[in-house]
Design a protein around this ligand. Structure first.
Ligand SMILES: C[S@@+](CC[C@H](N)C(=O)[O-])C[C@H]1O[C@@H](n2cnc3c(N)ncnc32)[C@H](O)[C@@H]1O
Length: 509
């Protein structure tokens, strides 16, 4: 295999200076034919196969699974007078186990929800000390790692479930997890849960929540319903009814109701439905947390940032060990690794939906952010290396690294992995090679065989962690995997394989 791919000296990242321009591409003089071609773009959020629908948005979602507004003009931020929202009869009793609170019987009242202006809400401080029930979603397969991460952040009682972890803590913990979690996709705060049979039960459950105490009427909202085995016919209709309930609750204490903005809501709500139970959440994150703000240049089939961070955690890599992604694409693994090595909080460059809630405490949040800024280590060259056969990917990774302020910390170069020398005598490779579903390869079997040969012959002392959904990889790579961790890359079921390259002893027996 080496003879086929290596008719010339092998380029090495070890001798290269750190890349100083996004377009820096130091191509070997000749190259083996490209093994990977551009394929369809990847999903950017873990999307298990479930039914999902958002109020006033008949079933349309954007690529990240967030609602897409059908007609922006149809939901202006300024509200016209409405006649459809106020209930004309007394609300029906809520399901027995919903957290119903008494409705005010006259107005105006003095509760925070009825405050006519934007004066600081003194009840917010009390509210921040309350214990909340949270659910942090994550790519499936990373739940045990998320339990550890949340525990480190101070979460109490973390309980893993499929696709996330439930935990408890005060309001500040919810903000802190948004700021610091590398693995979570969203942080949700539970508002109500119980049994349901019909849409009306869900309307009543939502009506029982004291929405005016949670956010001001000037905020926009959107309701997304996610159903797993729900018997209800239209999740869209459910989202509409829950939205109606929120608006009706406002109309009971004031003459206004919040507007809906399905594309960029200030207050996103998520309703989960199983066969007979509902859970209603405030989505504290808004944009999914994998949107760190550094991805300025799309790569073909990029990894989700939280999946990349999870792969690094699973690999046991520590920042003092050389790390190499030889098929780096847009450099997601390198960026996440550099942020881990420099202790950069992944949420520092973005905003969150919890900033729109009444219990948001600007002072406490400023302190959390300041602490995070102070905790970040000074930028410096790191033993983190990346390469790719595609010059466009060198450009993309460079632009992304530059956007993150990490260009001088990571070395990247253009190279065919089958023809490159290791950047250090030993270290950890973490990579997701191209595979059929995401990027077409002419002959995946031959490619994986060549990758296996290359690892064996040229990377003794290294451990390689390769993510693949391709059943060909374990069969053809010719190495014995010491671990296989099931992981989901969006809806794609994958395995993360660990291969330890011990000099002279890797052939599968
Ligand atoms: C699935 S993508 C990696 C995506 C990357 N993890 C990210 O988040 O952007 C696989 C990458 O392998 C690269 N590739 C394919 N064959 C290669 C080879 N022989 N040597 C180096 N890179 C190769 C492709 O150009 C592509 O960018």
């Amino acid at each position: 295999m080496r003879g086929r791919h290596n008719p010339r000296p092998r380029p090495s990242l070890a001798s290269k200076a750190a890349t100083d321009k996004p377009t820096a591409a130091e191509a070997p003089t000749t190259r083996a034919p490209r093994a990977g071609k551009r394929g369809p773009a990847a999903p950017t959020e873990d999307a298990p196969r479930r039914r999902t629908a958002t109020a006033e948005m008949p079933g349309r979602l954007n690529r990240s699974g967030r609602p897409v507004k059908a007609d922006p003009a149809a939901e202006p931020r300024k509200r016209p007078a409405r006649t459809d929202a106020a209930p004309t009869r007394a609300p029906r009793p809520a399901p027995a186990d919903s957290r119903r609170r008494p409705l005010p019987d006259s107005k105006p009242d003095n509760r925070p929800g009825n405050r006519p202006d934007n004066r600081p809400d003194r009840s917010a401080r009390v509210a921040t000390q309350r214990t909340h029930q949270y659910f942090a979603s994550c790519p499936r397969g990373l739940e045990p790692e998320l339990v550890l991460e949340l525990t480190d952040l101070g979460a109490a009682d973390p309980v893993p479930a499929s696709g996330g972890v439930a935990f408890t803590g005060d309001a500040e913990l919810g903000w802190k997890v948004n700021l610091w979690s590398r693995l979570a996709i969203r942080v949700l705060r539970r508002l109500a849960e119980g049994r349901y049979q019909r849409e009306e039960d869900l309307y009543q459950a939502a009506l029982a929540v004291d929405w005016p105490a949670l956010f001001e009427v000037t905020r926009t909202l959107a309701v997304t319903t996610v159903g797993k085995n729900s018997p209800l016919k239209s999740l869209n209709f459910v989202s509409l009814r829950v939205k109606d309930a929120v608006c009706d609750r406002f109309r009971q204490v004031m003459d206004e109701r919040p507007s809906v903005d399905t594309r960029h809501p200030d207050v996103p709500l998520t309703l989960f439905l199983s066969t007979d139970r509902y859970t209603l959440y405030l989505d504290l994150s808004g944009e999914p947390l994998n949107r760190r703000g550094y991805r300025v240049q799309a790569a073909a089939a990029p990894l989700n940032e939280n999946l990349a961070a999870g792969m690094l955690r699973l690999s046991g890599w520590t920042p003092d060990t050389p790390l190499y992604d030889p098929m780096m694409g847009g450099g997601t693994l390198l960026l996440e690794a550099a942020m881990i090595a420099l202790n950069i909080a992944p949420g520092l460059a973005r905003h969150f939906a919890f900033e729109n809630l009444r219990d948001f405490d600007r002072v406490a949040w400023a302190r959390l952010r300041k602490n995070a800024e102070a905790a970040a280590l000074e930028r410096r060259p790191l033993p983190i290396y990346g390469s790719d056969i595609d010059p466009d990917m060198i450009r993309a990774a460079g632009l992304n690294l530059k956007a993150a302020g990490l260009l001088d910390c990571v070395r990247v170069m253009e190279a065919d992995f089958l023809n490159v020398d290791p950047p250090a005598p030993s270290g950890v490779i973490v990579s997701n090679p191209p595979y059929g579903v995401r990027l077409e390869i002419d002959d995946p079997g031959a490619f994986y065989e060549a990758v296996g040969d290359n690892l064996k012959q040229h990377f003794p002392g290294w451990t390689a962690w390769l993510l693949s959904a391709d059943p060909e990889l374990p069969k053809r790579i010719g190495l014995a995997a010491s671990r296989r961790v099931p992981l989901f890359n969006g809806p794609l079921e994958c395995r993360l394989f660990e291969y330890r390259m011990v000099a002279g002893g890797n052939r599968r027996g």
